[in-house]
Write a protein that binds this ligand. Structure first.
Ligand SMILES: Cc1cc2nc3c(=O)[nH]c(=O)nc-3n(C[C@H](O)[C@H](O)[C@H](O)COP(=O)(O)OP(=O)(O)OC[C@H]3O[C@@H](n4cnc5c(N)ncnc54)[C@H](O)[C@@H]3O)c2cc1C
Length: 504
């Protein structure tokens, strides 16, 4: 089959009704519910983008079976292949201004990496590794849209899964049968869950032996009977006007808690089970996190560029760009953008061997890009709030522009440097969606948490870091303590930037 069109995606959704609950009601047809209309339209547009001749060379490639498939499944043998993946991520991110974190290429990249890394599961025996390879091909060849739910629901974080108030609050195995696993319980957070085709269940690395019954990897069609999703309250019920909320009405990713009510997961869809060390090893070493992290870093850069561009326009429109401290904050934002770009250069320049002759982008710069975004992004939003100030609250409704008070609107809402009222209102409303509206708050929360808890992620970097260069320098200095003058280094450098080979 290969790449689908937006219409094929929507037809498939309609033909596969799923159990989704929103505001106390079961959604009868996801494709016609107003809360999902615009996210669906954007997702469908991303499928169509793959068919546009001007993007085809970047967004697609011809697989060994002759199918034209998405670049997020492209095996990388050279830095140029990695660069093609990055270029494809960028096209997708630009088309949503970086606001749709869970576009098709995100979990697509996870499952690509899982398939590529299947050999890590060979120690489990059975058919697990082959099941995973076959599933990754199935997703690629049918252009399926996936969500993933990695995290146990936040019930009591001080307890293991088995020690919660009920043994199956967290998704766990109830029993094995000849046909597969019966699973029960909940996972969070299935972003895009209502409008995907399938859900992939796995975990972060470093899970405890005591939680063995809660540690597995599997994937299921989202319309499987017994899979139920409970949506958070949507920010746009389809009633808000795009003129008043240009971003919030367009780019809302839905989020759900996903429940499994004694669902049978057939053995063919079980990719790992019943072996905590092997599964932890897989989670720590598969290349899905490299490729999805690479996607997240490219999308994150586009988002920063867009949001910083919005701030530039605001300070131009209100004349604040002439003030030194505002220029300083703008410079601060631009340093964040430049740091992100630098991280991305390393993803290509320091590509590492993966499996079967493929290469992968290294995790260190990817993690730096993502962890820094969890700090930069809230700071950039704070700067947007600071420079927009009360002007954000002063804006009228878009409808006022074409009303009996239109002349007042034109007069009192004009801005600096010849900005007319309509342009200024449009700009500030876009900014408010990003820095004030519930949509914008979720975007901040997303950048802070979507890649896991930044507290533990940063601590893990420290714990696993090769500290030899940093500590080696200190050792050299200590060794010279007591000398009148700390003489220049009398040994070869501990590291050399020239060891970084730049990609051709
Ligand atoms: C908008 C959004 C979209 C998301 N989309 C997805 C998705 O599509 N798929 C998915 O799987 N996940 C998704 N996530 C979930 C995300 O992976 C989690 O939010 C993240 O892993 C943090 O987990 P938590 O929210 O349960 O926080 P918790 O782990 O409950 O943390 C709460 C607080 O307690 C602290 N804490 C908790 N446990 C410990 C500990 N053991 N040691 C030290 N400190 C601790 C944390 O530092 C934090 O401050 C999304 C999150 C957001 C906000």
């Amino acid at each position: 089959m290969g790449i689908r069109t937006g219409q094929q995606y929507l037809d498939h959704l309609r033909a596969h009704p799923r159990e989704v609950w929103l505001r106390g009601e079961r959604v009868a047809d996801i494709t016609s519910h107003p809360a999902f209309a615009r996210p669906l339209a954007h997702t469908a547009a991303l499928f169509d983008l793959q068919h546009e001749p001007r993007y085809a060379d970047v967004l697609t490639w011809k697989a060994e079976n002759g199918e034209t498939v998405s670049t997020c499944y492209l095996p990388c043998r050279t830095p140029a292949d990695l660069a093609k993946r990055a270029a494809a991520y960028r096209i997708v991110a630009e088309s949503t201004f970086g606001m749709m974190g869970r576009s098709l290429d995100f979990v697509g990249s996870v499952i690509y990496g899982f398939g590529e890394s299947a050999e890590l599961l060979e120690t489990l025996g059975g058919d697990f590794a082959d099941n995973l390879r076959a599933y990754a091909r199935h997703v690629r060849d049918n252009d399926l849209f996936l969500t993933h739910a990695i995290i146990t629901p936040q019930i009591d974080r001080s307890k293991n899964s088995g020690d919660q108030a009920d043994a199956f609050l967290h998704l766990g195995v109830v029993r094995e049968t000849s046909e597969g696993l019966i699973v029960r319980g909940a996972r969070m957070l299935a972003t895009m869950g209502p409008i995907v085709d399938e859900v992939l269940i796995y975990s972060m690395a470093n899970q405890k032996q005591e939680d063995s019954n809660y540690l597995f990897i599997f994937a299921m069609p989202i319309d499987t009977p017994g899979i139920r999703q409970i949506c958070r309250e949507p920010y746009d019920n389809g009633e808000r006007l795009p003129g008043n909320h240009p971003m919030a009405t367009n780019f809302e990713d839905s989020d759900t808690l996903i429940l499994f009510d004694d669902v049978l997961v057939p053995w063919s869809r079980v990719f790992a089970y019943n072996n905590v060390p092997a599964i932890n090893h897989f989670h720590a070493n598969n290349t899905g996190k490299n490729h999805s992290g690479h996607q997240a870093a490219v999308r994150g850069l586009v988002k920063l560029e867009f949001v910083v561009g919005l701030i530039m326009e605001i300070v131009k429109a209100n004349g604040a760009e002439k003030f030194l401290h505002v220029q300083q904050m703008m410079g601060e934002c631009l340093h964040y953008v430049e740091l992100m770009k630098s991280c991305l250069v390393r993803t290509l320049a320091e590509a590492e061997p993966a499996f079967g002759g493929t290469i992968k982008p290294p995790m260190l710069p990817i993690n730096s890009a993502r962890m820094l975004t969890s700090r930069f992004y809230p700071r950039i939003i704070e700067i947007m709030q600071t420079v927009g100030a009360g002007g954000m609250q002063m804006m009228p409704s878009f409808e006022d522009l074409d009303s009996p008070i239109a002349a007042d609107i034109q007069k009192y809402y004009q801005g600096a440097a010849g900005t007319d009222a309509a342009a200024r209102i449009r700009l500030y409303k876009m900014a408010w969606d990003i820095c004030g509206d519930a949509f914008g708050s979720r975007q901040v929360q997303y950048e802070r948490y979507h890649q896991g808890d930044p507290v533990r992620n940063m601590a893990n970097l420290f714990l696993g870091y090769d500290k030899s260069v940093c500590q080696g320098l200190v050792a050299q200095a200590i060794a010279k303590t007591g000398q009148d003058i700390l003489k220049p280094a009398d040994q070869s450098p501990l590291t050399s930037l020239s060891s970084i080979t730049l990609a051709a």
